[in-house]
Design a protein around this ligand. Structure first.
Ligand code: IMP
Ligand code: ZN
Length: 363
């Protein structure tokens, strides 16, 4: 059974790059900084090895992560590893989100940070990465003789698209800079914008101009919504009609009504919600109601490194908590095709992948 959740094709729509970092890499990087005297390694070792972190501790860990991921090479390494880890558990489509970072003292601009991310996509070598539309896919096929269309031994492939995150700490101008960068990087697989960061910081009105601009320019938008009680903000976010929302933990009756009538898909992050105590237990999680009312939902990891999870684990967890079988879980995974932010080519390719597994399940 364990193996089944790993081998079934899956779609990941809510994964933060630096939250998905391997513990081993985090330890290695922290040790390097410790050796240089930049940090006291033993202080950070405890944070890295700690599990069951609260939301406050999670954001403390992100501060540490940001401290040790300030050079381009590290960003490239993390990106490469994260894509490899998702591919290893048969994620066939990954929307990876990250906050472009500016760090003048390190010579890092938002653009150079994103170039380092793209370098990471190019550096993956144990699986083919399709991230920049047709041209790159063709280049990849040509570069591997084993990928001859008639060949039996086609290499594993993962389709990756990028979302640029606006951090809730940012100003309107900084948010706008991120959206402009996303537009500039459309040909490198950037398909949308995310709003994330500490949910108790920042005002919706600050980000609205940049998010509106993104939408007008044809970028898709997903919003972290309802991570803390904030009824007015949730209403404003739903009225914005984002392509998807993440979490929806502190939603009230009228929010649910609106969400359902607008049919806005929800990215569900079970382990993340439990670890951060935004939902007390799986049996009261809103996944059950949304699933039973056939509202579009997709299971996601959020931060597989920080929360010590994987997408396979999230599927296994949902199947056992809500009594769902393999066929239902396969359908759930497949139906996420309908709300990925990539275009029709990617959708058609994914439909084929899922259809071949459907046949096996029926056999
Ligand atoms: P990055 O954008 O690749 O650096 O990924 C880490 C960042 O994602 C964090 O600093 C937060 O801004 C954001 N993030 C990760 N998990 C959460 C969450 O659960 N809620 C809100 N923001 C999050
Ligand atoms: Zn998130």
């Amino acid at each position: 059974m364990e193996e089944w959740w790993k081998t079934m094709p899956k779609i990941e729509l809510h994964a933060h790059l630096n939250g998905s970092i391997r513990d081993s890499t985090l330890l290695e990087l922290a040790r390097e900084l410790g050796d240089k005297g930049t940090i006291v390694f033993s202080d950070f070792e405890q944070v890295i090895l700690k599990h069951d972190r609260s939301l406050v501790e999670v954001f403390k860990l992100f501060d540490l992560i940001h401290l040790i991921t300030t050079d381009h090479k590290t960003v490239t390494k993390i990106t490469k590893e994260v894509v490899e880890d998702f591919a290893a558990e048969n994620v066939v489509y990954l929307e990876l989100r990250t906050t472009p970072k500016r760090n003048d003292s390190k010579g890092m601009s938002k653009e150079s940070y994103m170039q380092a991310v793209v370098e990471g996509l190019r550096a993956v070598n144990n699986v083919d990465v399709d991230f920049a539309h047709k041209l790159d896919a063709e280049a990849i096929e040509n570069s591997h003789p084993a990928n001859d269309r008639n060949s039996e031994s086609r290499r594993k492939k993962i389709c990756v698209r990028l979302l640029l995150s606006i951090d809730r700490r940012e100003s309107t101008e900084a948010a706008m800079e991120t959206v402009k960068l996303a537009l500039q990087m459309k040909d490198l697989g950037v398909v949308g914008i995310d709003l994330s960061g500490n949910p108790v910081i920042g005002e919706w009105q600050t980000f609205l101009p940049a998010l509106k601009f993104a939408k007008e320019q044809g970028l898709s938008v997903t919003l972290h919504s309802g991570e803390v009680p904030n009824s007015e903000e949730v209403h404003a976010m739903l009225d914005f009609l984002p392509g998807r929302i993440g979490h929806a933990c502190y939603f009230e009756e009228d929010h649910w009504r609106k969400l359902k009538s607008f049919k806005i898909p929800v990215e569900i992050c079970l382990t993340s919600n439990i670890r951060t105590e935004t939902i007390p237990s799986l049996d009261v999680h809103h996944f059950a109601d949304l699933y039973n009312s056939e509202h579009p939902v997709s299971l996601c990891t959020d931060d597989m490194g920080v929360f010590s999870t994987s997408l396979s684990h999230e599927y296994r967890l949902a199947a056992s908590a809500y009594g769902l079988g393999m066929k239902e879980m396969h359908t759930l995974a497949r139906d996420a095709i309908n709300f990925i932010f990539a275009g029709n080519d990617a959708k058609e390719e994914l439909k084929e992948i899922f259809a071949s597994v459907s046949k096996e399940l029926k056999a």
